[in-house]
Design a binder for this molecule. Structure first.
Ligand SMILES: [Zn+2]
Length: 339
């Protein structure tokens, strides 16, 4: 999870709301909300749902992140997604402290087994670079709810792609043998190395999280940058990101999760600010290898769950209804084998 600290979350929400009012343009019938009296919106499968109950799990990274440093449990998720027709959700690991990893798996398996909420599958945490990973993950072999593993790869440094070490690569290959996927959550500069990891693990399927963690501000037109130097730096960032996304997309074992980018928007933003990122991902991966992710509650750093969904609907409104269905639900159901 990449978090940018904000001065005032409430301010941001207000800004997003007023921006939302400005772009409430003619939407496809399918995109109208239930409350507005329109038909039910397209079903959503949320492939990136976080939940945390701090009475059961320790998340050290939450210290100092005021707005997120409290419980976010199913009741809160159901409130955040009310009226949006979220029919299924895939839990995404929340970087619990290492000693709580099995407790996290137990926590989410309980929820999946109960079957009384949208959550029907999970991507759990793990440390593929650690020698104990094989024992840890093989206990979940054949578990119908555990679909994959993620370790956020933000510790990547130029020249030190720790996730290309032999132990790590062997672990990711093992995931393929177990029928599990691996989520690639890398900083944008690490995308080229992530492509190498994909190539080293030909039997494993991957999900590229958060559009490769593209930074929305870098995509602003030149005149919106403070100095010409910043504008040209941003242009170089965008060119490199576009090239690396296109390269990743050539690997058909990788799908792209359209998610996460609203967590880093500046206080004033509009849905069209997200369009260059979303459109490049959709065009590179094609209509069959893109899935929607809410990234709630981390998305609330920039937008509510509803605002994120509405922004994405706005950006894709001219695409065919069939492709919108694939993006919002059908691809996820197929990829994860959800029933
Ligand atoms: Zn996330």
């Amino acid at each position: 999870m990449k978090i940018h600290r904000r001065r005032c979350l409430q301010q941001a929400a207000c800004a997003a709301l007023s921006a939302a009012a400005a772009w409430a343009a003619p939407a496809a019938a399918s995109a109208q909300s239930k409350e507005a009296g329109g038909p039910e919106p397209l079903p959503i499968v949320d492939t990136h749902q976080h939940l945390w109950d701090l009475t059961r799990l320790r998340l050290s990274w939450l210290k100092g992140r005021n707005a997120l440093n409290r419980n976010f449990v199913m009741k809160d998720y159901l409130e955040a997604t009310a009226g949006l027709n979220v029919v299924k959700a895939v839990y995404m690991e929340v970087d619990v402290d290492a000693e709580d990893q099995l407790a996290e798996a137990d926590y989410i398996l309980e929820i999946c087994r109960r079957g009384d909420t949208p959550t029907c599958a999970a991507v759990i945490g793990g440390r593929p670079g650690q020698p104990g990973f094989r024992d840890y993950i093989t206990r979940f072999k054949g578990n119908p709810y555990i679909k994959g593993v993620r370790q956020v790869l933000f510790a990547w440094k130029e020249g030190n792609p720790f996730f290309l070490d032999k132990t790590f690569v062997d672990s990711i290959r093992l995931l393929g043998e177990l029928g599990m996927s691996f989520d690639l959550c890398v900083p944008p500069a690490g995308l080229a190395d992530a492509v190498k990891l994909v190539d080293l693990c030909p039997g494993t399927r991957f999900i590229l999280d958060h559009c490769g963690n593209a930074d929305v501000k870098q995509f602003y037109p030149a005149q919106k940058h403070a100095t010409p130097e910043q504008a040209s730096e941003a242009r170089r960032f965008v060119e490199r990101w576009r090239r690396d996304i296109a390269e990743m997309a050539q690997r058909t074992r990788v799908i792209c999760k359209i998610s996460g980018i609203v967590a880093s928007v500046p206080e004033q933003w509009a849905p069209d600010d997200l369009a260059p990122i979303i459109n490049h991902c959709l065009d590179s991966f094609g209509p069959d290898r893109v899935v929607f992710g809410g990234d709630w509650p981390v998305c609330t750093r920039g937008a509510t769950f509803r605002q994120w969904v509405e922004a994405l609907r706005h950006v894709v409104r001219h695409r065919s209804l069939a492709d919108q269905r694939k993006l919002f639900s059908e691809n996820a159901i197929r990829f994860y084998g959800l029933s």
